[in-house]
Design a protein around this ligand. Structure first.
Ligand code: FMN
Ligand code: SF4
Length: 511
Protein backbone atom coordinates (compact mmCIF):
# COMPACT_ATOMS: atom_id res chain seq x y z
CA UNK A 1 0.00 0.00 0.00
CA UNK A 2 2.74 2.41 0.92
CA UNK A 3 5.13 3.57 -1.79
CA UNK A 4 8.77 3.83 -0.93
CA UNK A 5 9.88 7.37 -0.16
CA UNK A 6 11.15 9.40 -3.10
CA UNK A 7 14.91 9.62 -3.27
CA UNK A 8 16.26 12.74 -1.68
CA UNK A 9 19.81 14.05 -1.54
CA UNK A 10 21.54 12.32 1.33
CA UNK A 11 18.76 9.77 1.76
CA UNK A 12 19.44 7.78 -1.39
CA UNK A 13 21.52 5.07 0.23
CA UNK A 14 18.77 4.22 2.67
CA UNK A 15 16.07 4.15 0.08
CA UNK A 16 18.21 2.07 -2.29
CA UNK A 17 18.55 -0.49 0.46
CA UNK A 18 14.77 -0.71 0.39
CA UNK A 19 14.58 0.40 4.00
CA UNK A 20 11.49 2.36 4.94
CA UNK A 21 12.65 2.93 8.46
CA UNK A 22 15.43 1.51 10.47
CA UNK A 23 14.21 -1.38 12.56
CA UNK A 24 14.86 -0.77 16.24
CA UNK A 25 15.74 -4.43 16.67
CA UNK A 26 18.34 -4.38 13.87
CA UNK A 27 22.00 -3.93 14.74
CA UNK A 28 22.99 -0.30 14.54
CA UNK A 29 26.20 0.74 12.78
CA UNK A 30 28.86 1.63 15.40
CA UNK A 31 28.85 5.38 14.58
CA UNK A 32 25.09 5.45 15.15
CA UNK A 33 25.03 3.17 18.15
CA UNK A 34 27.62 5.24 19.99
CA UNK A 35 25.14 8.11 20.11
CA UNK A 36 22.70 6.24 22.35
CA UNK A 37 22.82 5.26 26.01
CA UNK A 38 20.57 2.20 26.08
CA UNK A 39 21.27 0.35 22.83
CA UNK A 40 22.46 -2.62 24.81
CA UNK A 41 19.91 -4.37 26.87
CA UNK A 42 17.58 -3.50 29.49
CA UNK A 43 17.15 -0.78 32.04
CA UNK A 44 14.57 -2.78 34.02
CA UNK A 45 15.24 -2.67 37.71
CA UNK A 46 17.60 0.28 37.38
CA UNK A 47 17.27 3.29 39.67
CA UNK A 48 16.30 6.59 38.06
CA UNK A 49 18.46 9.71 38.08
CA UNK A 50 15.84 12.11 36.67
CA UNK A 51 15.12 15.50 38.21
CA UNK A 52 11.98 14.35 40.06
CA UNK A 53 14.05 11.62 41.71
CA UNK A 54 16.75 14.17 42.46
CA UNK A 55 14.17 16.44 44.15
CA UNK A 56 13.03 13.50 46.30
CA UNK A 57 16.45 11.95 46.96
CA UNK A 58 16.22 12.54 50.73
CA UNK A 59 13.21 10.19 50.82
CA UNK A 60 15.45 7.25 49.87
CA UNK A 61 19.14 8.24 49.90
CA UNK A 62 20.30 4.67 49.27
CA UNK A 63 18.31 4.39 46.07
CA UNK A 64 19.53 7.78 44.89
CA UNK A 65 23.14 6.76 45.54
CA UNK A 66 22.51 3.61 43.50
CA UNK A 67 21.10 5.72 40.63
CA UNK A 68 24.16 7.97 40.66
CA UNK A 69 26.54 5.03 40.43
CA UNK A 70 24.87 3.36 37.45
CA UNK A 71 26.42 3.36 34.02
CA UNK A 72 24.69 4.01 31.68
CA UNK A 73 22.58 6.48 33.58
CA UNK A 74 18.79 6.20 33.48
CA UNK A 75 17.04 9.55 33.22
CA UNK A 76 13.34 9.35 33.98
CA UNK A 77 11.35 6.15 34.04
CA UNK A 78 8.06 8.04 34.10
CA UNK A 79 7.33 7.05 37.70
CA UNK A 80 7.95 10.45 39.27
CA UNK A 81 4.90 10.08 41.52
CA UNK A 82 6.87 7.35 43.34
CA UNK A 83 10.27 9.05 43.15
CA UNK A 84 12.99 8.16 43.79
CA UNK A 85 11.94 5.39 41.42
CA UNK A 86 13.42 2.06 40.48
CA UNK A 87 11.35 0.86 37.54
CA UNK A 88 10.31 -2.57 38.71
CA UNK A 89 6.68 -2.71 39.54
CA UNK A 90 4.74 -0.66 36.99
CA UNK A 91 2.75 1.25 39.60
CA UNK A 92 -0.22 3.38 38.49
CA UNK A 93 -0.52 7.04 39.49
CA UNK A 94 -3.75 8.53 40.86
CA UNK A 95 -5.66 10.28 38.03
CA UNK A 96 -8.23 13.07 38.39
CA UNK A 97 -9.89 15.57 36.10
CA UNK A 98 -10.24 19.12 37.49
CA UNK A 99 -11.39 20.69 34.20
CA UNK A 100 -14.98 20.92 32.96
CA UNK A 101 -14.32 18.12 30.47
CA UNK A 102 -11.88 15.26 30.74
CA UNK A 103 -10.55 15.65 27.24
CA UNK A 104 -7.15 14.06 27.77
CA UNK A 105 -7.47 12.09 31.00
CA UNK A 106 -11.23 11.37 31.08
CA UNK A 107 -10.90 7.70 30.19
CA UNK A 108 -7.87 7.20 32.43
CA UNK A 109 -9.78 8.68 35.36
CA UNK A 110 -12.60 6.20 34.61
CA UNK A 111 -10.21 3.23 34.81
CA UNK A 112 -8.64 3.32 31.32
CA UNK A 113 -9.56 1.87 27.92
CA UNK A 114 -6.82 -0.50 26.85
CA UNK A 115 -8.85 -2.52 24.33
CA UNK A 116 -10.70 -1.31 21.26
CA UNK A 117 -13.97 -2.57 22.76
CA UNK A 118 -13.40 -0.49 25.90
CA UNK A 119 -12.41 2.52 23.80
CA UNK A 120 -15.53 2.27 21.62
CA UNK A 121 -17.71 2.01 24.73
CA UNK A 122 -16.31 5.49 25.61
CA UNK A 123 -17.35 6.94 22.20
CA UNK A 124 -14.00 5.95 20.71
CA UNK A 125 -13.66 6.29 16.90
CA UNK A 126 -16.85 8.47 16.81
CA UNK A 127 -14.78 11.48 15.69
CA UNK A 128 -13.16 9.49 12.89
CA UNK A 129 -16.54 8.21 11.67
CA UNK A 130 -17.77 11.82 11.61
CA UNK A 131 -14.66 13.18 9.87
CA UNK A 132 -14.79 10.52 7.15
CA UNK A 133 -18.20 11.95 6.25
CA UNK A 134 -17.33 15.65 6.54
CA UNK A 135 -13.87 15.50 4.89
CA UNK A 136 -10.29 16.63 5.67
CA UNK A 137 -11.04 20.37 5.54
CA UNK A 138 -13.51 20.05 8.43
CA UNK A 139 -10.72 18.62 10.63
CA UNK A 140 -8.29 21.37 9.69
CA UNK A 141 -10.75 24.17 10.36
CA UNK A 142 -11.90 22.64 13.69
CA UNK A 143 -8.27 22.52 14.82
CA UNK A 144 -7.59 26.10 13.74
CA UNK A 145 -10.69 27.33 15.60
CA UNK A 146 -9.80 25.31 18.72
CA UNK A 147 -6.59 27.27 19.34
CA UNK A 148 -4.83 24.00 20.29
CA UNK A 149 -1.09 24.47 20.74
CA UNK A 150 1.50 21.70 20.79
CA UNK A 151 1.95 20.01 24.16
CA UNK A 152 5.52 18.83 23.46
CA UNK A 153 7.14 22.02 24.72
CA UNK A 154 7.24 24.70 22.05
CA UNK A 155 3.48 25.45 22.05
CA UNK A 156 3.30 25.87 18.28
CA UNK A 157 -0.28 26.29 16.93
CA UNK A 158 -1.33 22.79 15.86
CA UNK A 159 -3.82 23.89 13.19
CA UNK A 160 -1.13 25.96 11.47
CA UNK A 161 1.28 23.03 11.42
CA UNK A 162 -1.36 20.66 10.01
CA UNK A 163 -2.33 23.20 7.34
CA UNK A 164 1.34 23.49 6.31
CA UNK A 165 1.59 19.72 5.71
CA UNK A 166 -1.82 19.53 4.03
CA UNK A 167 -0.80 22.26 1.58
CA UNK A 168 2.30 20.35 0.40
CA UNK A 169 1.86 18.69 -3.01
CA UNK A 170 0.31 15.20 -2.90
CA UNK A 171 2.65 12.21 -2.59
CA UNK A 172 4.04 10.24 0.30
CA UNK A 173 3.62 12.07 3.60
CA UNK A 174 4.17 10.94 7.15
CA UNK A 175 2.56 11.45 10.53
CA UNK A 176 4.86 10.91 13.50
CA UNK A 177 3.88 10.81 17.17
CA UNK A 178 6.61 12.00 19.49
CA UNK A 179 6.37 9.58 22.41
CA UNK A 180 9.93 10.17 23.58
CA UNK A 181 8.79 12.01 26.74
CA UNK A 182 12.27 12.55 28.10
CA UNK A 183 11.55 15.60 30.26
CA UNK A 184 12.13 14.37 33.76
CA UNK A 185 8.97 14.83 35.80
CA UNK A 186 6.61 14.15 32.88
CA UNK A 187 4.72 10.86 32.78
CA UNK A 188 1.64 11.97 30.87
CA UNK A 189 2.36 10.36 27.51
CA UNK A 190 3.43 7.13 29.17
CA UNK A 191 0.07 6.54 30.86
CA UNK A 192 -1.92 7.83 27.89
CA UNK A 193 -0.28 5.12 25.77
CA UNK A 194 -0.55 2.42 28.40
CA UNK A 195 -4.15 3.04 29.42
CA UNK A 196 -5.78 4.79 26.42
CA UNK A 197 -3.77 3.73 23.35
CA UNK A 198 -6.59 4.04 20.82
CA UNK A 199 -6.99 7.75 21.58
CA UNK A 200 -3.50 8.30 20.16
CA UNK A 201 -4.22 6.01 17.21
CA UNK A 202 -7.49 7.81 16.42
CA UNK A 203 -5.72 11.19 16.68
CA UNK A 204 -3.08 9.98 14.24
CA UNK A 205 -5.60 8.61 11.73
CA UNK A 206 -7.45 11.94 11.85
CA UNK A 207 -4.12 13.70 11.30
CA UNK A 208 -3.28 11.48 8.33
CA UNK A 209 -6.69 12.02 6.77
CA UNK A 210 -6.45 15.80 7.27
CA UNK A 211 -2.97 16.22 5.77
CA UNK A 212 -3.01 13.40 3.19
CA UNK A 213 -0.45 11.10 4.85
CA UNK A 214 -0.26 7.39 4.19
CA UNK A 215 2.19 6.13 6.80
CA UNK A 216 2.79 6.88 10.48
CA UNK A 217 5.28 6.11 13.22
CA UNK A 218 4.98 6.24 16.98
CA UNK A 219 8.44 6.87 18.42
CA UNK A 220 8.32 5.29 21.88
CA UNK A 221 11.25 5.72 24.23
CA UNK A 222 13.04 2.59 25.37
CA UNK A 223 12.36 3.39 29.01
CA UNK A 224 8.63 2.71 28.42
CA UNK A 225 8.45 -1.01 27.52
CA UNK A 226 4.83 -1.46 28.60
CA UNK A 227 3.67 1.53 26.54
CA UNK A 228 5.56 0.08 23.60
CA UNK A 229 3.86 -3.31 23.76
CA UNK A 230 0.39 -1.88 24.50
CA UNK A 231 0.70 0.40 21.45
CA UNK A 232 1.74 -2.52 19.23
CA UNK A 233 -1.27 -4.53 20.42
CA UNK A 234 -3.67 -1.61 19.91
CA UNK A 235 -2.36 -1.04 16.37
CA UNK A 236 -3.09 -4.69 15.55
CA UNK A 237 -6.62 -4.27 16.95
CA UNK A 238 -7.21 -1.09 14.93
CA UNK A 239 -5.95 -2.83 11.78
CA UNK A 240 -8.27 -5.81 12.38
CA UNK A 241 -11.18 -3.38 12.84
CA UNK A 242 -10.42 -1.69 9.50
CA UNK A 243 -9.32 1.63 11.02
CA UNK A 244 -5.82 1.10 9.60
CA UNK A 245 -4.96 -0.28 6.18
CA UNK A 246 -6.46 0.32 2.76
CA UNK A 247 -9.65 2.21 1.97
CA UNK A 248 -10.43 3.21 5.54
CA UNK A 249 -14.18 3.74 6.01
CA UNK A 250 -14.66 2.91 2.32
CA UNK A 251 -12.89 6.12 1.34
CA UNK A 252 -9.96 6.63 -0.98
CA UNK A 253 -7.74 6.86 2.11
CA UNK A 254 -5.08 4.39 3.19
CA UNK A 255 -2.91 4.71 6.26
CA UNK A 256 -0.86 2.38 8.41
CA UNK A 257 1.08 2.75 11.62
CA UNK A 258 4.21 1.32 13.16
CA UNK A 259 5.91 1.62 16.53
CA UNK A 260 9.58 2.59 16.53
CA UNK A 261 11.44 1.92 19.79
CA UNK A 262 14.12 4.44 20.75
CA UNK A 263 17.56 3.51 22.04
CA UNK A 264 17.90 5.85 25.00
CA UNK A 265 18.64 9.47 24.19
CA UNK A 266 16.96 12.58 25.57
CA UNK A 267 17.83 14.69 22.56
CA UNK A 268 15.97 12.29 20.25
CA UNK A 269 12.81 13.99 21.51
CA UNK A 270 13.87 16.98 19.41
CA UNK A 271 12.04 16.64 16.13
CA UNK A 272 14.92 16.61 13.62
CA UNK A 273 16.91 14.23 15.81
CA UNK A 274 13.89 11.93 16.19
CA UNK A 275 13.34 11.73 12.44
CA UNK A 276 17.01 10.91 11.80
CA UNK A 277 16.78 8.23 14.46
CA UNK A 278 13.89 6.53 12.62
CA UNK A 279 15.92 6.74 9.41
CA UNK A 280 18.77 4.89 11.13
CA UNK A 281 21.14 7.84 10.87
CA UNK A 282 23.24 9.27 13.68
CA UNK A 283 20.55 11.45 15.25
CA UNK A 284 22.31 14.77 15.63
CA UNK A 285 20.02 17.77 15.56
CA UNK A 286 19.64 19.43 12.13
CA UNK A 287 19.33 23.14 11.42
CA UNK A 288 15.93 24.36 10.23
CA UNK A 289 14.62 25.40 7.70
CA UNK A 290 13.67 23.25 5.94
CA UNK A 291 11.07 22.31 8.54
CA UNK A 292 9.75 18.76 8.77
CA UNK A 293 6.42 20.01 7.41
CA UNK A 294 8.21 20.48 4.05
CA UNK A 295 11.12 18.02 4.23
CA UNK A 296 10.92 15.62 7.12
CA UNK A 297 11.18 11.86 7.29
CA UNK A 298 13.04 10.55 4.22
CA UNK A 299 12.83 14.07 2.83
CA UNK A 300 9.04 13.97 2.63
CA UNK A 301 6.48 16.32 4.26
CA UNK A 302 6.00 15.13 7.82
CA UNK A 303 3.55 16.07 10.55
CA UNK A 304 5.19 15.53 13.92
CA UNK A 305 3.21 16.03 17.10
CA UNK A 306 3.42 15.17 20.74
CA UNK A 307 1.20 12.35 22.09
CA UNK A 308 -1.00 14.61 24.24
CA UNK A 309 -1.46 17.04 21.33
CA UNK A 310 -2.80 14.19 19.17
CA UNK A 311 -4.99 12.81 21.98
CA UNK A 312 -6.83 16.17 22.09
CA UNK A 313 -7.85 15.87 18.44
CA UNK A 314 -10.73 13.32 18.54
CA UNK A 315 -12.54 15.45 21.16
CA UNK A 316 -12.07 18.61 19.08
CA UNK A 317 -13.35 16.91 15.93
CA UNK A 318 -16.35 15.43 17.73
CA UNK A 319 -17.37 18.51 19.72
CA UNK A 320 -16.08 21.30 17.47
CA UNK A 321 -13.25 23.82 17.75
CA UNK A 322 -15.47 26.40 19.48
CA UNK A 323 -16.28 24.06 22.39
CA UNK A 324 -12.57 23.49 22.90
CA UNK A 325 -11.67 27.16 22.62
CA UNK A 326 -14.33 27.94 25.26
CA UNK A 327 -11.99 26.37 27.84
CA UNK A 328 -8.73 27.88 29.00
CA UNK A 329 -7.74 31.52 28.80
CA UNK A 330 -5.66 34.06 26.90
CA UNK A 331 -3.71 32.36 24.09
CA UNK A 332 -3.73 29.03 25.92
CA UNK A 333 -7.00 27.28 25.14
CA UNK A 334 -8.35 23.99 26.38
CA UNK A 335 -6.88 21.82 29.09
CA UNK A 336 -3.45 20.56 30.09
CA UNK A 337 -2.52 17.29 31.70
CA UNK A 338 -0.02 17.72 34.52
CA UNK A 339 2.06 15.09 36.29
CA UNK A 340 2.99 15.94 39.88
CA UNK A 341 6.07 14.52 41.58
CA UNK A 342 6.38 12.68 44.86
CA UNK A 343 7.13 15.77 46.92
CA UNK A 344 3.45 16.70 46.78
CA UNK A 345 0.97 15.29 49.28
CA UNK A 346 -1.08 14.11 46.30
CA UNK A 347 1.30 13.18 43.47
CA UNK A 348 -0.48 12.04 40.33
CA UNK A 349 -1.85 12.83 36.88
CA UNK A 350 -4.30 15.72 36.73
CA UNK A 351 -6.11 17.57 33.96
CA UNK A 352 -6.72 21.28 34.54
CA UNK A 353 -7.89 24.19 32.41
CA UNK A 354 -5.27 26.66 31.31
CA UNK A 355 -5.43 29.77 33.48
CA UNK A 356 -5.24 27.98 36.84
CA UNK A 357 -2.61 29.79 38.96
CA UNK A 358 0.45 27.72 39.82
CA UNK A 359 -0.37 28.26 43.51
CA UNK A 360 -3.66 26.36 43.08
CA UNK A 361 -1.84 23.57 41.26
CA UNK A 362 0.54 23.28 44.20
CA UNK A 363 -1.95 23.73 47.02
CA UNK A 364 -5.32 22.41 45.76
CA UNK A 365 -4.38 19.90 43.09
CA UNK A 366 -1.20 18.63 44.75
CA UNK A 367 -2.35 19.18 48.34
CA UNK A 368 0.80 21.13 49.25
CA UNK A 369 4.17 19.62 50.03
CA UNK A 370 4.75 16.45 52.03
CA UNK A 371 5.26 17.00 55.71
CA UNK A 372 4.25 20.65 55.31
CA UNK A 373 7.56 21.38 53.58
CA UNK A 374 8.25 24.94 52.43
CA UNK A 375 8.34 25.35 48.67
CA UNK A 376 11.67 26.49 47.29
CA UNK A 377 10.61 26.54 43.64
CA UNK A 378 8.69 24.67 40.96
CA UNK A 379 9.86 23.40 37.60
CA UNK A 380 7.06 22.84 35.11
CA UNK A 381 8.09 21.00 31.98
CA UNK A 382 11.39 19.38 32.70
CA UNK A 383 14.85 20.45 33.74
CA UNK A 384 15.63 22.62 30.71
CA UNK A 385 13.22 25.40 31.56
CA UNK A 386 13.09 28.29 34.00
CA UNK A 387 12.40 27.72 37.69
CA UNK A 388 9.30 29.37 39.19
CA UNK A 389 10.29 30.92 42.53
CA UNK A 390 7.81 31.36 45.42
CA UNK A 391 7.32 35.06 44.57
CA UNK A 392 5.86 34.13 41.15
CA UNK A 393 3.67 31.29 42.31
CA UNK A 394 0.47 33.21 41.48
CA UNK A 395 1.31 33.23 37.75
CA UNK A 396 -1.45 31.48 35.77
CA UNK A 397 -0.70 28.32 33.80
CA UNK A 398 -0.37 29.68 30.26
CA UNK A 399 2.26 29.59 27.51
CA UNK A 400 2.84 33.33 27.35
CA UNK A 401 2.27 34.05 31.04
CA UNK A 402 4.88 31.54 32.19
CA UNK A 403 7.29 32.60 29.43
CA UNK A 404 7.04 36.19 30.73
CA UNK A 405 8.67 35.10 34.03
CA UNK A 406 11.30 32.97 32.24
CA UNK A 407 9.48 29.67 32.85
CA UNK A 408 7.21 27.62 30.55
CA UNK A 409 4.44 25.04 30.26
CA UNK A 410 6.88 22.59 28.67
CA UNK A 411 5.65 19.07 28.79
CA UNK A 412 3.55 19.57 31.93
CA UNK A 413 5.62 17.63 34.44
CA UNK A 414 5.47 19.53 37.75
CA UNK A 415 8.45 19.11 40.06
CA UNK A 416 8.36 20.85 43.42
CA UNK A 417 11.57 21.46 45.35
CA UNK A 418 11.67 21.96 49.09
CA UNK A 419 14.37 23.15 51.44
CA UNK A 420 16.26 19.85 51.07
CA UNK A 421 17.57 21.10 47.71
CA UNK A 422 20.42 23.59 47.74
CA UNK A 423 20.69 25.68 44.58
CA UNK A 424 24.29 24.59 43.87
CA UNK A 425 23.21 20.91 44.01
CA UNK A 426 20.35 21.60 41.62
CA UNK A 427 22.51 23.48 39.08
CA UNK A 428 25.11 20.72 39.16
CA UNK A 429 22.39 18.08 38.64
CA UNK A 430 20.71 19.89 35.72
CA UNK A 431 23.99 20.65 33.92
CA UNK A 432 25.23 17.12 34.49
CA UNK A 433 22.07 15.92 32.72
CA UNK A 434 22.60 18.58 30.03
CA UNK A 435 26.18 17.51 29.36
CA UNK A 436 25.33 13.79 29.38
CA UNK A 437 22.52 14.24 26.84
CA UNK A 438 24.10 16.85 24.56
CA UNK A 439 24.22 15.70 20.93
CA UNK A 440 27.61 17.42 20.69
CA UNK A 441 26.97 19.57 17.67
CA UNK A 442 27.34 22.99 19.31
CA UNK A 443 30.43 23.86 21.35
CA UNK A 444 28.72 25.74 24.22
CA UNK A 445 26.40 22.79 24.81
CA UNK A 446 29.00 20.05 24.24
CA UNK A 447 31.75 21.59 26.39
CA UNK A 448 30.14 24.49 28.24
CA UNK A 449 27.45 22.48 30.01
CA UNK A 450 30.08 20.11 31.45
CA UNK A 451 32.12 23.09 32.62
CA UNK A 452 29.12 24.65 34.44
CA UNK A 453 28.53 21.26 36.09
CA UNK A 454 32.19 21.20 37.20
CA UNK A 455 32.12 24.76 38.56
CA UNK A 456 29.02 24.09 40.64
CA UNK A 457 30.44 20.78 41.86
CA UNK A 458 33.47 22.77 43.07
CA UNK A 459 31.14 25.36 44.59
CA UNK A 460 29.43 22.62 46.61
CA UNK A 461 32.83 21.56 47.88
CA UNK A 462 33.64 25.16 48.87
CA UNK A 463 36.27 25.44 46.17
CA UNK A 464 34.93 28.00 43.70
CA UNK A 465 35.72 31.66 43.20
CA UNK A 466 33.84 34.74 42.01
CA UNK A 467 35.74 34.58 38.70
CA UNK A 468 34.23 31.07 38.20
CA UNK A 469 30.77 32.56 38.54
CA UNK A 470 31.68 35.14 35.88
CA UNK A 471 32.78 32.28 33.63
CA UNK A 472 29.42 30.58 34.23
CA UNK A 473 27.59 33.73 33.22
CA UNK A 474 29.59 33.87 29.97
CA UNK A 475 28.92 30.20 29.27
CA UNK A 476 25.20 30.71 29.83
CA UNK A 477 25.22 33.64 27.37
CA UNK A 478 27.03 31.47 24.81
CA UNK A 479 24.51 28.65 25.33
CA UNK A 480 21.66 31.09 24.82
CA UNK A 481 23.07 32.66 21.66
CA UNK A 482 24.83 29.77 19.93
CA UNK A 483 22.74 26.64 20.51
CA UNK A 484 21.08 25.01 17.56
CA UNK A 485 18.23 23.49 19.55
CA UNK A 486 16.15 23.87 22.68
CA UNK A 487 18.46 21.66 24.71
CA UNK A 488 21.16 24.32 24.87
CA UNK A 489 18.82 27.30 25.01
CA UNK A 490 16.75 25.50 27.67
CA UNK A 491 19.81 24.97 29.85
CA UNK A 492 20.50 28.69 29.49
CA UNK A 493 16.91 29.51 30.43
CA UNK A 494 17.18 27.34 33.55
CA UNK A 495 20.48 28.96 34.59
CA UNK A 496 19.18 32.48 33.97
CA UNK A 497 16.18 31.84 36.20
CA UNK A 498 18.46 30.59 38.99
CA UNK A 499 20.81 33.59 38.68
CA UNK A 500 17.83 35.94 38.63
CA UNK A 501 15.67 34.47 41.41
CA UNK A 502 18.22 32.97 43.80
CA UNK A 503 21.11 35.51 43.62
CA UNK A 504 22.05 35.44 47.31
CA UNK A 505 22.30 31.67 47.49
CA UNK A 506 24.33 31.57 44.26
CA UNK A 507 26.73 34.33 45.36
CA UNK A 508 27.27 32.62 48.71
CA UNK A 509 28.68 29.56 46.90
CA UNK A 510 31.65 31.50 45.50
CA UNK A 511 34.60 32.90 47.50
C1 FMN B 1 16.05 18.53 23.53
C2 FMN B 1 14.60 18.46 23.16
C3 FMN B 1 13.83 17.37 23.59
C4 FMN B 1 12.48 17.29 23.25
N1 FMN B 1 11.76 16.22 23.72
C5 FMN B 1 10.46 16.11 23.37
C6 FMN B 1 9.69 14.98 23.80
O1 FMN B 1 10.18 14.10 24.53
N2 FMN B 1 8.39 14.91 23.41
C7 FMN B 1 7.82 15.88 22.62
O2 FMN B 1 6.65 15.75 22.27
N3 FMN B 1 8.52 16.95 22.20
C8 FMN B 1 9.81 17.07 22.55
N4 FMN B 1 10.53 18.14 22.09
C9 FMN B 1 9.86 19.10 21.20
C10 FMN B 1 9.86 18.59 19.76
O3 FMN B 1 11.06 19.01 19.12
C11 FMN B 1 8.68 19.13 18.95
O4 FMN B 1 8.62 20.52 19.08
C12 FMN B 1 7.33 18.56 19.41
O5 FMN B 1 7.35 17.15 19.51
C13 FMN B 1 6.27 18.98 18.39
O6 FMN B 1 5.02 18.50 18.77
P1 FMN B 1 3.86 19.48 19.27
O7 FMN B 1 3.75 20.58 18.26
O8 FMN B 1 2.65 18.62 19.33
O9 FMN B 1 4.28 20.00 20.61
C14 FMN B 1 11.89 18.28 22.44
C15 FMN B 1 12.65 19.37 22.00
C16 FMN B 1 13.98 19.46 22.38
C17 FMN B 1 14.76 20.63 21.91
S1 SF4 C 1 22.16 22.69 21.67
FE1 SF4 C 1 23.15 20.80 22.35
S2 SF4 C 1 21.70 19.15 21.90
FE2 SF4 C 1 21.06 20.97 20.71
S3 SF4 C 1 22.05 20.76 18.70
FE3 SF4 C 1 23.46 21.94 19.99
S4 SF4 C 1 24.82 20.40 20.92
FE4 SF4 C 1 23.03 19.31 20.11
Amino acid sequence: MFNRPHSQPGKTALVDRGVEAHSAEATLPPDVESFYHLSHGDHTGKACQGTACFAARHLNPGRWAEACEQNPRVYCLGECFAAPAKGQTNPRPPVKVFSKHGIVLGRLAAGGARSIVAYESHRGYTALRKALQTGPESILSALEISGLRGRGGAGFPTGRKWRAVASQPPGDKYVVANADEGDAGAYIDRYLMEDDPHALIEGMILAAYAVGANKGYIYVRREYPLADSVMRGAIAEARAAGWLGSRIGGKDFSFDLEVYTGHGSYVCGEETSLLRSIEGQRPEVMARPPYPTERGLFGRPTLLNNVETLVNVPWIVEHGGEAYAAMGFSKSRGTKALSLNSLFNRPGLYEVEFGMPVRRIVEEVGGGLRGGGKIKGVLIGGPIIGMIPPEHIDTPLGFDELASIGAGVGHGGVIAFDEHTAIADLVEHVFSFGAYESCGKCTPCRSGSGRVEEIFANARAGDAWKKDLLECRDLVTALKLASLCGHGTGLARFAESILRYYPKEVEACFK
